[in-house]
Write a protein that binds this ligand. Structure first.
Ligand code: NAD
Ligand code: TDX
Length: 334
């Protein structure tokens, strides 16, 4: 099988490529990645001699056409992925997430190539903190941020191309991922590396917002189940029952690293900050037999903390510039 992986130098994509190369030696992987600030070629170092890497943009129809024509399937991870950046400058999100998906859809239509679309639970908006409900495949779309609205837009394109043109597509919406190779702008790596640097974690608002954490390897195993056995035209929600409020996550990181649990700062809240995400993944579990392997969030966090401690050379080059952007944003919000 010839598999095109877009965004394979990013967090989830790189972990997906590692897993695929290790567990599926029959798959020939080509990565298409623009190496934006979020892409890191070093994330593919462990597998570099076993894949083809193409430095290119998913909005470049010529590159996309050539690579899709030479593939049996595409998994589309590439995106602008950070909510805070989308509030500061939405344009790259519209361009990559919407136009990039359009370019891929037209190419898979032209060459009748199997397509899997990676999306997020954020397309459903948020839930109240005290609401027992969780998102299902039937929940209405209601995105809050420029990021989530462009992901919702791309999902709609996939659904329309499936119905109108009969492309062979599946779609998955996953909750918050954690694990190795995640950019230090994101919540968990930011706090781990702040503490490793002797600094203090930064909690938005009151730290009460809830995210539904899943280990990135569990996400990627679910993607493979869908590629193997998912029903064409269908959507699967991916989640591992990992709800935790942000304050608890920060306190756990501090505790793992031997610091006082109260050693954090509250900072101004993110505008429009979604309160809570929660996924009901019954469909994926019952129809495709998927189950998460990382069931103990604290153990997964300990392994992630250990990875950042052992791989400073991977994250150090991004840390100062990322914190400078946050300092600037914080000033704007005060
Ligand atoms: P990331 O920001 O770590 O990586 C994105 C990758 O895409 C980078 O390597 C970047 O260089 C590449 N890229 C960006 N624009 C591109 C372009 N125009 N052309 C080619 N490559 C481009 O993101 P991530 O956290 O790994 O997320 C991957 C996907 O998973 C995204 O579609 C995101 O919406 C989705 N998702 C993420 C999470 C999460 O918790 N991180 C949860 C659910 C869904
Ligand atoms: O410094 C911080 N302090 C803080 O309290 C940061 C960076 C974040 N937060 C909060 C905001 C969120 O409630 O932590 C939570 C997680 O924040 P992010 O890591 O920015 O993730 P989120 O906005 O939830 O979106 C993530 O999950 C869904 C990914 O970035 C998206 O790509 C994915 O679609």
């Amino acid at each position: 099988m010839r598999l095109l992986v877009t965004g394979g130098a990013g967090f989830i994509g790189a972990n997906f490529v590692h897993q695929t190369v290790t567990e599926r030696p029959d798959v020939r992987v080509t990565v298409l990645d623009a190496l934006t600030y979020a892409g890191n070629r070093a994330s593919l170092d462990p597998v570099t001699d076993r894949i083809e890497f193409v430095h290119g943009d998913v909005t470049d129809v010529q590159v996309v056409d050539r690579l899709v024509a030479d593939s049996d399937a595409v998994v589309h991870f590439a995106a602008e992925s950070h909510n805070d950046n989308s509030l500061a400058d939405p344009w790259p999100f519209v361009h990559t997430n919407v136009v990039g998906t359009y370019a891929l859809l037209e190419a898979v239509r032209r060459y009748d190539v199997r397509y899997h679309h990676i999306s997020t639970d954020e397309v459903y908006g948020d839930l109240a903190l005290d609401d027992p409900a969780r998102f299902t495949e039937q929940t209405a779309y209601n995105p809050s941020s420029p990021y989530s609205s462009t992901k919702a837009s791309s999902d709609m394109l996939v659904r329309a191309w499936t119905r109108s043109f009969g492309i062979r597509a599946t779609l998955s919406n996953c909750s918050n991922n954690y694990g190795p190779y995640q950019h230090v702008e994101k919540f968990i790596p930011r706090q781990i590396t702040n503490v490793l640097d002797g600094g203090r974690p930064k909690l938005y608002g009151a730290g009460a917002n809830v995210r539904d954490w899943i280990h990135v390897d569990d996400h990627n195993r679910a993607v493979w189940e869908i590629l193997d056995r998912g029903a064409i035209g269908e959507t699967y929600l991916i989640g591992a029952d990992g709800e935790a409020d942000n304050r608890t996550v920060v306190e756990t990181v501090l505790e793992i690293l031997g610091r006082d649990r109260a050693d954090f700062d509250f900072v101004p809240d993110r505008p429009g900050h979604d309160l809570r995400y929660a996924i009901d993944s019954t469909r994926l579990r019952t129809e495709l037999g998927w189950a998460p392997r990382f069931r103990d969030f604290r153990a997964g966090l300990e392994a992630t903390v250990a990875w950042y401690r052992d791989n400073e050379a991977w994250w150090r080059p991004q840390k100062a510039a990322t914190e400078a952007i946050y300092a600037n944003n914080e000033q704007d919000l005060e």
